[in-house]
Design a protein around this ligand. Sequence first.
Ligand SMILES: Cc1cc2nc3c(=O)[nH]c(=O)nc-3n(C[C@H](O)[C@H](O)[C@H](O)COP(=O)(O)OP(=O)(O)OC[C@H]3O[C@@H](n4cnc5c(N)ncnc54)[C@H](O)[C@@H]3O)c2cc1C
Length: 468
Amino acid sequence: MNNNFDVIIIGGGPGGYVCAIRCAQLGLKTACIESRDTLGGTCLNVGCIPSKSLLNSSEMYHKAQKEFHKIGIETENIKLNLSKMMNNKNKSVLTLTKGVEFLFKKNKITHLKGIGAISGKNIVTVRDHSGKDSTYNTKNIVISTGSIPTSLPGIKIDEKNIVSSTGALSFDKVPAELVVIGGGYIGLELSSVWKRLGANVTVVEYLDNILPGVDKDISDEFLKILTKQGIKFKLGSKVTDISNTKNRPTINFTKIESEEKGKIECDKVLIAVGRKPNIGKDIIDLGIKLDKRDQIQVNKKFETSIKNVFAIGDVIDKGPMLAHKAEDEGIAVAEIIAGQAGHVNYDVIPAVIYTSPEIAMVGKTENDLKKENVKYKVGKFPFLANSRAKVNNEAEGFVKIIAEASTDKVLGVSIISAVAGTMIAELALAMEFGASSEDIARTCHAHPTHSEAIKEAAMAVDKRPIHF
Ligand SMILES: Cc1cc2nc3c(=O)[nH]c(=O)nc-3n(C[C@H](O)[C@H](O)[C@H](O)COP(=O)(O)OP(=O)(O)OC[C@H]3O[C@@H](n4cnc5c(N)ncnc54)[C@H](O)[C@@H]3O)c2cc1C
């Protein structure tokens, strides 16, 4: 093999593999190194894809058990076959990771299997699974090594009883008692999965509310909905330690305000307190500049502090740790390397939580705007007044649009709805085009669709919704 490349990408997740494909499309001789057996990174192997498979299957199980009878579908003896559900998830993961492998072949990208490290100026070394090192020369290097789960001080994840999201995506039986530490999106998605499949779930969260960073109206409403679904919450509670005796973890915590102590015994505990950038020793040794959270510092062109070394995705100091953000950065950096004008608009990165109902948001929250001293107007429309949501018996939630007071430009949108994740794309597009709430209000939306609630919320910004 010719060992000279235009670009070598370290990490084959959504940032890295998309970057590789775009580089190849632009005529660059490209290699992508991945240490896992399969491509697709956290997202395809142990993140977005397996979690969404289990969310979908568990929701169907829950509906068949608890809701079908309400609309005249009588079912008997609905049984869970967890190993089949897991096989279905594994099959989806395999199909999609194989799909990326196919795209690499189609685009003539060299897939280097092993652990990659920058070993000198424009040199990358790959250690394969047998321990053999091979060296490659490259004009450009893109670091896209992603992120890994974090834990709490003194608490060791064993992926048996004390698990990260990876372990919680592969339990071989439904835990009777599951404690989830952390009320962020990963914790709440996995709480939903196991609650629907029959576990008693308690979420322990340090803050006074769930989903930090999400619009307060949304997180308050969502807390009520999840509580109604039977998930228990211990908010404002600091986990002090977890003992793991007789194969059953006990979580000790202290109520932050009252200093009252509590404990919960359970079968499994999921630590979902966040993820940290995956920084290899080579990055430290080279002295590539990191921020105080150990994320790689990059400029607008994704250049690190070292010439011709770029970085993208979860490992960098820009934007949220989300797959589509990593993908967009992969495209942008490929175009920059090829001499084009790649760009990512960090003001318009949608985020979705795939629970039931779903939560989706893009742009600023009221809280952000208060901090920035920006004057704004709010339009809200509940799904209770949306005909499609009503006939589908999914009338929980609302659309909330925030527009700048003087210009009416849409600055942020949050949605709770059964199909919020699909609906948010319209708003991201509107914001990319600098739309005002009036532009959305005057756009014809098909009837009956959940999306009519977007038009109504836009009209509500000007206090003139029709159906509410
Ligand atoms: C449970 C869970 C659910 C999630 N759900 C969603 C979701 O619904 N939507 C969403 O947008 N995001 C979701 N995410 C986040 C998403 O997975 C990440 O934001 C995304 O994968 C980041 O992409 P990346 O390419 O930066 O890194 P990664 O996907 O982490 O990929 C990095 C890859 O680099 C490889 N690697 C690391 N170091 C080396 C090395 N030295 N040599 C070779 N290879 C190396 C790793 O093996 C890995 O495969 C979820 C995450 C989790 C854990």
